[in-house]
Design a protein around this ligand. Structure first.
Ligand SMILES: [Fe+2]
Length: 289
């Protein structure tokens, strides 16, 4: 299969409009409260936004994660390329029986301009297969999903293959309800072709780590959706129901029990409770009894 310089009549992805911008986002303070929680165990990372996840593993915030602290730097768009197809199936896993390739999960959140998570955001992914080919007949490696009530998404797929003229990438369209579509691409760190692909943009780098032969990637989208800033960057739409003993700001040690929504939970990982980390939302931190 050839690359995106196909015969569909659309602009090939290799027709870059210019060199990748030199600007690199500075280390940011997004989710400062989450970082302060020092949730270090990988299993505890599931419910933590991408920057906090990486920082808790490496002890240092990555330099190339999209910033989300001042509301003026949404995730940049990129060209669609020739291989988008509408009407992809709704599914969070693009794996099919016998699918070859290195397993890849991509998880993260969609935020608005004030770093508040956005639920119900459409994410439509498409990518090349292990050989660098797009399925233009059917819908292999195409699928859409919506962020959940916490603004989170998770994609299960394979690491896309390379094809001529491009570095390794995923395509995605992201759309908050009633808002314009953001079309962009996501990139992998440490790819030799990142330095020669004119479309490559370091602001669109995922954080990726190897996990026993598979890869686990994280990326948070920042959409140009007006929001009223709240008191904390992880403040979400979720409001704890009354009657529980769980409380934001409390430091919980492993083994501590709380009640939330009429259910008793035992703490699995020491952490400081944050908005959006209500026990039912973070199974890595709390187990229902
Ligand atoms: Fe592509």
């Amino acid at each position: 299969m050839d690359g995106d310089t196909g015969t569909t009549g659309k602009l090939p992805e290799t027709t870059a409009t210019g060199a990748a911008p030199d600007r690199r986002p500075s280390r940011k303070t997004v989710l400062r409260a989450a970082l302060a929680a020092s949730v270090a165990a990988p299993i505890a990372l599931m419910g933590v936004p991408a920057l906090a996840r990486t920082a808790s593993v490496t002890g240092e915030a990555p330099a190339l994660t999209p910033e989300c602290d001042d509301g003026d730097d949404p995730t940049p768009p990129q060209m669609e390329g020739p291989y988008f197809k509408p009407n992809s199936p709704r599914r969070s896993s693009l794996l099919e029986a016998g699918t070859p390739g290195t397993r890849l999960t991509v998880s993260g959140y969609a935020f608005g301009s004030a770093c508040l998570p956005l639920s119900g955001v459409l994410l439509d992914f498409w990518q090349a297969d292990v050989n660098g080919a797009y399925d233009n007949v059917g819908f292999r490696f195409r699928g859409h999903q919506f962020t959940d009530a916490r603004g989170a998404f998770s994609l299960t797929t394979i690491v896309p293959g390379l094809y001529p003229g491009r570095t390794r990438h995923l395509h995605v369209k992201v759309q908050a309800p009633g808002r314009p579509v953001l079309t962009t691409q996501l990139y992998f760190p440490n790819e030799p072709r990142n330095s020669t692909d004119a479309l490559f943009d370091p602001r669109l780098l995922m954080t990726v780590r190897d996990t026993g032969g598979a890869r686990e990637a994280a990326f948070d989208f920042v959409l140009n959706v007006p929001q009223t800033p709240g008191p904390g960057p992880t403040e979400g739409p979720t409001t704890p129901p009354p009657g529980g003993t769980w409380a934001v700001g409390t430091s919980y040690a492993p083994g501590v029990r709380v009640t939330y929504g009429g259910v008793t939970y035992v703490c699995l990982q020491g952490h400081q409770a944050q908005p959006g980390w209500e026990p039912p939302s973070v199974p890595a931190l709390w187990r229902a009894e």
